[in-house]
Design a protein around this ligand. Structure first.
Ligand SMILES: [Zn+2]
Length: 59
């Protein structure tokens, strides 16, 4: 995985399951500290991530 901002390949990826939908992948660049999200290979905006998180059933 290559950082879209600084082009470094030194990125961390974490898989996160929010709702029952497809898992999200969270990426973080160790070089420039950029953060971004993907789902199914497509980039996801932070707003989308937050709205997905809000859909999660409160218990
Ligand atoms: Zn970077």
């Amino acid at each position: 995985m290559r950082c879209p901002k600084c082009d470094a390949t030194d990125c961390i990826s974490i898989e996160i399951h929010l709702a029952s939908d497809d898992p999200l992948q969270f990426f973080s660049c160790r070089h420039c500290e950029a953060r971004w999200w993907q789902r199914d290979g497509e980039s996801v905006s932070l707003e989308e991530v937050l709205s997905l998180a809000a859909k999660k059933d409160p218990r």
